[in-house]
Design a protein around this ligand. Structure first.
Ligand code: DGT
Ligand code: MG
Length: 387
């Protein structure tokens, strides 16, 4: 008898937070294509974004490579549009819609313009309609830019270069030193994509807390001053904590918007081994430039410093587990957790708390495992939250 081919039919749960999604998966060709369509939808602000993101996320969780349409049987979140794109790629090696998007002037311009720190889809779209295509067009257009956008244009190249794990750790050391200098006993934790095991990221995310509730109050301005005094910040904007104001007088937690004391910043990361001592040209270059704050100064193949986006978030200890879960991502995993909580459990999850609408009370948690348990979900470790 002929050996029967193994039917590669997998069933997967409908919510991304019920699935294990590793960083490395088997369907990058398909997911890359779907992610371009998600981006295209985002640029024209239509609903297609989350549809394409969910479809890509299902393929990321598959334990095998999709080689034919039968492999998709029984899988959730794969609508007619996604299936058409997948079929085309399986048959022709590429999708016309994706190729057209990648080559379109609008997609390329929107990608370049939204790549400016401080510029969202709305602003980028307005600029595109005015004929701007690239950050250099914006700089020469005479538009009034806010401080964030000015910093975004000034450090455009650096901020669009991936941040490595080694760079994230180097910044972690600096933040740790700053935090411990201004509040001994305070703790810092690396979150975001790096906690999920990503080798690179677009920024570095940190949570800061202190085991004694209340000690963390007023911490952020002190940390920022410490860093500024040492010339380590190229830009920063701090939003104060507004969580209590928003909850006062209402039983329910405000919404998913984060209300922690948070600092969006751009660090100046010195590159070890590329300082002026090793590269005498760097010192000369510095003297020659009257504005030494423009971009990372390249010296031959290396540079002596690099601008890196860093998010610092201060959380009270009692909210720490929720903040950790909320800031570890991925973004889709977070959105699916909140959708699961609301639709399946009548609960409301934020980065501050979990509210049970049936019991009309907040559920406490001191670690992520307890939150998953409250939600009736199997615990998924950070490295498998790459939905
Ligand atoms: P990356 O930085 O592009 O390599 O990837 P991630 O996953 O680190 O993404 P990032 O840095 O944008 O955000 C990390 C996680 O933090 C993200 O999955 C969701 C969460 N997050 C980001 N911004 C906010 C916010 O304003 N509020 C709340 N609650 N969460 C946020
Ligand atoms: Mg990040």
């Amino acid at each position: 008898a002929e050996p029967r081919p193994i039917a590669m039919v997998t069933t997967l749960n409908g919510y991304a937070c019920q699935r294990r999604t590793p960083l490395q998966h088997h369907n990058a060709v398909l997911t890359d294509a779907l992610l371009v369509l998600a981006e295209k939808a985002e640029f024209s602000e239509n609903e297609g974004r989350s549809v394409a993101l969910r479809a890509a996320s299902v393929l990321k969780a598959l334990p095998h490579t999709v080689i034919n349409m039968e492999n998709l049987q029984g899988l959730p979140c794969l609508g007619e549009h996604s299936q058409r794109v997948i079929k085309e790629i399986l048959e022709d090696g590429k999708s016309r819609e994706v190729e057209a998007a990648l080559h379109s002037e609008q997609y390329q311009a929107m990608k370049a313009l939204t790549g400016i720190f401080g510029v969202g889809v709305k602003t980028a779209d307005r600029w595109f309609r005015e004929g701007l295509r690239h950050p250099s067009d914006v700089a020469s257009s005479g538009h009034r830019l806010n401080h964030t956008q000015q910093a975004g244009i000034q450090h455009y190249d650096d901020l669009n270069m991936p941040v490595t794990k080694a760079e994230a750790d180097a910044i972690g050391q600096i933040v740790k030193e700053a935090v411990q200098a201004v509040l001994p006993g305070a703790e810092i934790i690396l979150t975001g994509g790096f906690r999920r095991g990503k080798p690179t990221g677009h920024d570095v995310d940190f949570l800061i807390t202190h085991p004694e509730e209340g000690k963390e109050e007023g911490l952020m301005p002190k940390v920022v001053s410490w860093l500024e005094a040492r010339g380590l910040l190229l830009y920063q904007k701090t939003n104060r904590n507004s969580y209590l104001e928003a909850t006062e007088g209402s039983a329910r937690p405000p919404n998913n918007m984060d209300r922690f004391e948070r600092s969006f910043s751009i660090f100046r990361l010195d590159m070890p081994g590329a300082g002026p001592e090793r590269h005498p040209q760097a010192a000369l270059l510095e003297q020659a430039q009257d504005d030494s704050s423009v971009g990372g100064r390249r010296v031959g193949e290396s540079w002596d410093w690099k601008a890196v986006r860093v998010d610092l978030v201060v959380t009270p200890f009692s909210q720490f587990a929720f903040a950790l879960l909320g800031w570890t991502g991925s973004q889709l995993f977070e959105r699916e957790l909140r959708r699961w909580a609301g639709q399946e459990k009548h609960m409301s999850l934020s980065s501050h708390a979990l509210y049970d609408s049936k019991q009309k009370r907040y559920l406490r948690a001191s670690c992520e495992e307890e939150i998953f348990a409250h939600l009736g979900l199997e615990f998924i470790p950070p490295c498998e939250r790459n939905a």
